[in-house]
Design a protein around this ligand. Structure first.
Ligand SMILES: [Zn+2]
Length: 172
C-alpha cells in the first residue's frame, strides 16, 4: 500500500481539497478520501520528511512543490459551507452529476439514439464500440453545463444537437 497526498481542484467550482490517495501496489486500485489540512500536513511530514514552509493552513503538493491552500469557493461560501468533509462530499456529488451528463450523451451516441456528423461510432474486433470525434471536435463541445451559483443546480444544454435529439437527451 502506498500513500500520497493529492490536491483536487474540481472543474465544477473553485474549491480546493486535500485528498489521501491509498494505492494498492498489487492490484493498482486506489482509494481516495478527504483529509483536512492538519492531517494532510502531518502526513506530508511523515511521508516526505520535511516541514511545509509557511503557515499551518498551507500544504505542499509534493509533485509540484507549490503552496496549495484548501479553499472554499464563493458559491459554496455563500451557502455557508466550511472546509470539511461535508463540502468535499457536496462538491464530489456536483462533479459526478456533471460527469454523468457527459456519460449520457456518450451512451446515446454509442447506442445510435442520437447522431452528429462529426462523431462516428467505431466497433473494434471484440465488438466494443467507441466514439471517434472529427478533427477540431472534443467531447466537451457536445455538452454545455453550468451550476447556478446560488442554488448549485446543474443546468445542461446540448448545443450541437438537433431539436429532436435534444428532446431525447432531456427525456433521460
Ligand atoms: Zn466550491
Amino acid at each position: 500500500m502506498s500513500l500520497s497526498i493529492q490536491v483536487w481542484r474540481p472543474d465544477t467550482c473553485g474549491c480546493v481539497f486535500h485528498q489521501l490517495v491509498e494505492r494498492d501496489d498489487v492490484t493498482g486500485e486506489t482509494t481516495i478520501t478527504y483529509i483536512d489540512e492538519d492531517e494532510a500536513q502531518l502526513l506530508h511530514e511523515s511521508l516526505y520528511g520535511e516541514a511545509v514552509q509557511s503557515g499551518k493552513n498551507n500544504v505542499v503538493d509534493p509533485s509540484e512543490k507549490q503552496q496549495r491552500p484548501a479553499n472554499v469557493c464563493k458559491s459554496h461560501g455563500r451557502l455557508n459551507h466550511k472546509k470539511d468533509k461535508a463540502l468535499f462530499d457536496a462538491v464530489l456529488d456536483e462533479n459526478r452529476r456533471k460527469n454523468r451528463s457527459f456519460a449520457e450523451v456518450e451512451e446515446k451516441l454509442l447506442a445510435g439514439e442520437i447522431k452528429h456528423n462529426a462523431v462516428k461510432v467505431t466497433t473494434d474486433r471484440d465488438g466494443r464500440k467507441s466514439l471517434k470525434f472529427e478533427d477540431g471536435y472534443t467531447p466537451g463541445d457536445f455538452l454545455a453545463w453550468e451550476f447556478d451559483p446560488d442554488t448549485r443546480e446543474l443546468k445542461v444544454d446540448y448545443p450541437q444537437f438537433s431539436l429532436t435529439d435534444k428532446a431525447k437527451l432531456r427525456a433521460r
